[in-house]
Design a protein around this ligand. Structure first.
Ligand SMILES: [Zn+2]
Length: 402
């Protein structure tokens, strides 16, 4: 069956709204400022869901088969202990289990409310379910609208609003159940995907590519020279730390010069996307200038690549990460979901004209080009591992009790 004949998949678990991230006093707590709501609120996810429903996208027919639904709603599930252990240490899971009862700071800027660990397990389970549906052929591609995000969570530590590494656990699922030898993770959240990078840093079975704002969060992370390690991992991690102020041309050049060539060189069987929308023009946690049309371009080109690839056969799983502008994230996520299915709704982004008109959007700045070309030079070092099935074994994950 042609990849395009299958439906796209969507998963949303209402429990994600229950994650209580507490109050925020800013980066520099000050006794003269009253606390504000935390940046990571349920509002963005709820607004994305409302946008997807109000636009009619989730009930749209399949573009090639008008009598069939375009979207398959996937069943909810919670990540199991074994699934968590494929990406995290036992100590980390026990730490989160304790905090789940009392709440508190789980690591580095990672608030965990009472019950938040349960929510994080549902978020990770949603990403695993999405990847399973893609790998099994139930769907062509799909979107997991989850919270909390996951790409900052490391094996032993919660970081940056992230408790569990949703994407890493989903990738491990594809390796464990489908034996995929080549999985690519593309992370366009404005912050460095340090957690995903660290979990797969010594492996050639996962290519990790992160485009982010240099020196944002984590501050000393995501440099060009972090390229993987060990006898098999070297060259299978690419970072593109763009300078603040990057606009559409800087990002599109990165995409065309680094991301797409890296995918072509690696020949993945599955692409998992860490989709953060905090590089948008209006985001409070970054200084970048993207609009919904840029996320549309990212997705369109990924889907085209995957559909045309004999190895990938259309498999693209998009997992929601960050994005903190309540009124703009929905337009960005809608653009991504429209391109996954290959349709357009009647919704038009009312902010695009202003975003596109800003000076610099059509310029490739020399300081950005320098970073991009350095990253592009790494692509020629990527060689697809010469095997059809992954050889990863997680004996420790099978040996401890739930
Ligand atoms: Zn982010």
């Amino acid at each position: 069956m042609s990849p395009t004949a299958r439906p796209s998949g969507f998963i949303f678990d209402e429990r994600c709204l229950d994650h209580n991230s507490g109050l925020l006093e800013g980066d520099l707590p000050c006794p003269y400022l009253e606390p504000t709501p935390h940046m990571d609120t349920p509002a963005t996810r709820l607004r994305v869901l409302n946008m997807l429903q109000a636009s009619g996208l989730l009930s749209i027919p399949h573009p090639e088969m008008p009598d069939a639904p375009g979207w398959l709603r996937l069943p909810l599930r919670v990540a199991t202990h074994r699934e968590m252990r494929r990406a995290h240490s036992l100590a980390h899971i026990r730490h989160l289990t304790r905090l789940n009862l009392i709440g508190g700071e789980a690591g580095d800027e990672a608030p965990c409310g009472i019950g938040s660990f349960d929510v994080a397990r549902a978020a990770a389970g949603s990403c695993i379910e999405l990847v399973d549906a893609v790998c099994s052929g139930r769907i062509r591609n799909g979107y997991a609208l989850v919270r909390p995000a996951g790409h900052h969570a490391e094996r032993d530590r919660a970081r940056g609003y992230c408790l569990l590494s949703n994407v890493a656990m989903a990738v491990r699922h594809a390796q464990a159940h489908y034996k995929f030898a080549r999985v690519a993770v593309v992370d366009f959240d404005v912050h460095h995907g340090n957690g995903t990078q660290s979990i797969f840093y010594d492996s050639d079975a996962v290519l990790t590519v992160s485009i982010h704002q240099a020196g944002n969060y984590p501050r000393k992370s995501g440099e060009l020279d972090e390229r993987g390690a060990g006898p098999s991992g070297a060259s299978y991690n690419i970072n593109v730390p763009l300078w603040p102020g990057a606009g559409q041309t800087d990002y599109k050049t990165t995409w065309d010069r680094v991301v797409l060539p890296a995918l072509k060189a690696y020949d993945p069987q599955l692409i998992v996307v860490s989709a953060g929308f905090d590089a948008s023009f209006y985001d409070p946690l970054s200084r970048m200038m993207l609009g919904s049309n840029d996320y549309r371009y990212f997705t369109r080109t990924l889907v085209d690549f995957a559909d045309a690839s004999a190895s990938c056969q259309g498999r693209v799983a998009v997992c929601h990460e960050g994005g903190y502008c309540d009124y703009y994230v929905p337009f960005c996520a809608l653009a991504v979901c429209e391109e996954l299915l290959g349709v357009r709704t009647d919704v038009r982004d009312p902010f695009l004209a202003e975003i596109n008109s800003h000076p610099g959007q059509d310029t490739l700045f020399a300081h950005q080009a320098s970073v991009i070309e350095q990253a592009a030079s790494f692509v020629s070092d990527i060689v697809p591992p010469a095997r059809d099935q992954v050889e990863v074994v997680w004996s420790e994950a099978d040996s401890d009790e739930e």
